[in-house]
Design a protein around this ligand. Structure first.
Ligand SMILES: C[S@@+](CC[C@H](N)C(=O)[O-])C[C@H]1O[C@@H](n2cnc3c(N)ncnc32)[C@H](O)[C@@H]1O
Length: 246
């Protein structure tokens, strides 16, 4: 079952921002430069592009299939370079990029081979492409599985194993350069902003569980939030860096 991001767009924009650790690692891996054209594949509402534009003065390019997510990104970025497309239909056939990235998107794509092949066509030799996703172990450590246990099996079906992403990328002509895993661990009560994301279902997988499980999980979570119950909160991301070789 696919997530309808047109339905999600309003709440996504209200409750999601950049993840600082994701932004820092992307910045280190891609070293953005002023006026450089950088492509965000599946750019959503444009949060990462906006921050890169503020901090580095890059020229923003985005591909986003959802009309409503795209419209928010276009308005936020005031750019004509946020276009409709997906892994099967990539715009920008007249441009060759040197830097590309994709955050929190590849688990929505069944045919990753098409993604790598099509991005290859719009990249220069030596281009860097960074994918930010989560490994199977990182999916297992989410503290909210306590409230919504069936998320794990759903996510394990959606998320591609890291080795598979690398293999498919290499088969399409990309050279795997580096994999970086981040882990943060805090012991804290549930934050109001995270609870709001849960209430608004802007964590996409919540749209894939039963409404009974969702309602029950939210009520348990609200109780733990009110009681400021301390929880071990682990969060990890995996960054896979490829380089295009002709
Ligand atoms: C969780 S959001 C992430 C948005 C943005 N990358 C971010 O990190 O804020 C997932 C995004 O992937 C987009 N998406 C889903 N399937 C896609 C596909 N086949 N090609 C490109 N983008 C896709 C959705 O429309 C949505 O905007």
């Amino acid at each position: 079952m696919k997530i309808d991001y047109n339905q999600q767009a309003f709440n996504y924009e209200r409750t999601r921002t950049i993840e600082p650790i994701v932004y820092s690692i992307l910045s280190c891996m891609l070293t953005p430069q002023k006026d450089e054209a950088i492509l965000d594949f599946g750019c959503g509402t444009g949060n990462y592009l906006k921050q890169f534009s503020i901090d580095y003065g890059i020229e923003v390019y985005g591909i986003e299939p959802s009309v409503k997510m795209r419209k928010i990104a276009q308005e936020k970025l005031q750019s004509d370079h946020i276009l409709a497309g997906d892994h099967t239909a990539i715009p920008f056939s007249n441009i060759r990029f040197n830097k590309l990235y994709s955050t929190d998107v590849v688990h929505h794509i069944d045919h990753l081979d098409l993604l790598f092949q099509n991005l290859f066509k719009i990249s220069n030799n030596g281009a860097k492409f960074c994918i930010c996703t989560e490994s199977s172990d990182q999916l297992k450590e989410k503290y909210w599985l306590k409230y919504f246990p069936s998320i794990l099996s759903i996510d394990q079906k959606r998320f591609h194993p890291i080795e598979e992403v690398i293999r498919i990328g290499e088969n399409a002509g990309w050279v795997h350069r580096e994999t970086v895993k981040t882990e943060t661990q805090i012991t804290a009560s549930i934050s109001g902003t995270f609870l709001e994301r849960i209430r608004q279902k802007s964590l996409s997988v919540l749209n894939l569980i039963s409404s009974e499980e969702y309602q029950y999980g939210v009520s348990l979570m609200e109780t733990d939030y009110q009681n400021q119950v301390l929880l071990h909160q682990n969060e990890g991301y995996t960054f896979i860096l490829f380089e295009r070789k002709s």
